[in-house]
Design a protein around this ligand. Structure first.
Ligand SMILES: CC(C)(COP(=O)(O)OP(=O)(O)OC[C@H]1O[C@@H](n2cnc3c(N)ncnc32)[C@H](O)[C@@H]1OP(=O)(O)O)[C@@H](O)C(=O)NCCC(=O)NCCS
Length: 223
């Protein structure tokens, strides 16, 4: 049984990211009314027993005040799909549920804004803030006082050291490291395995260390 004050959920998306979210929500015994996805869901057992609807418009059959939405669409570098979808449903009065795995560790002094998703093994330290609709993926570490902007994706095993600031729509790749006290402007992409040691300007991509020097945020692969 769900807690009486928790609204039933509709999950948008039926791929790998959605499957992880549903796994978390099932452990928490949340009521999931439907999964919205145009594709077949039979390959993943975690979807078994949940009503499968195929069109985004199917959400509109549920009044905004009767449900909460969970955006289960995985976020790739520079993808705007999740943000556009969220903005559309928010404009209609829907709200997005914040989903936090029981296996994440979050300081009592950290702030997690609405619609954020925090997966198993993630650690979020004191004074950190995770802004709305941001994904903190499995085993990511957000150190003290770091402020992660809206619609970021911090991929598995990324390490964000203390007092880092990221703007909106930043993608922090798997197993990358951001050293302390740096700022990443909006739409920055940090490649998987990159080490970022300086501020990064809007829209730039940081590639991992290759031969001579480490990525310095100027947006070119270093040879
Ligand atoms: C950096 C990134 C955004 C791709 O950038 P891109 O400019 O589009 O790069 P491409 O895919 O065209 O690859 C170009 C070359 O760089 C290499 N490359 C790209 N990203 C790399 C990375 N993170 N580490 C090592 N090499 C990488 C590719 O293998 C390719 O090498 P080649 O020229 O020898 O064939 C992407 O590869 C990346 O790292 N994404 C993050 C993935 C991730 O964290 N996923 C988590 C999912 S939950």
């Amino acid at each position: 049984m769900s807690e009486p004050d928790l609204k039933p959920l509709i999950v948008i998306g039926g791929g790998g990211h959605a499957s992880v979210l549903i796994d978390i929500l099932r452990v928490q015994k949340r009521e999931i009314l439907a999964v919205i996805c145009p594709d077949d869901l039979s390959q993943r057992s975690v979807f078994n027993g949940i009503l499968h609807l195929s069109k985004d418009e199917d959400v509109l059959n549920y009044p905004p005040d009767s449900v909460r939405l969970v955006n289960g669409i995985g976020v790739l570098p520079r993808s705007n799909v999740k943000k556009k979808l969220n903005q559309y449903y928010l404009s209609l009065g829907y709200q997005f549920e914040t989903v936090i795995s029981e296996q994440a560790w979050i300081s009592n002094e950290a702030v997690i804004e609405t619609g954020a998703q925090v997966f198993a093994g993630a650690i979020i330290q004191t004074g950190a803030k995770i802004s709305a609709h941001t994904i903190i993926n499995s085993k990511a570490l957000i150190e003290h006082d770091s402020v992660i902007g809206k619609y970021n994706h911090v991929a598995p095993n990324a390490t964000i050291c203390g007092q880092v600031e990221t703007s909106e729509n930043v993608y922090v790749g798997a197993s990358s490291t951001l050293i302390q006290n740096i700022k990443l402007d909006k739409n920055v992409v940090v490649g998987a395995g990159a080490v970022v040691t300086k501020n990064v300007l809007e829209g730039r991509t940081c590639y991992p260390y290759r031969t001579k020097t480490q990525c310095n945020g100027i947006g070119k692969r270093q040879e």
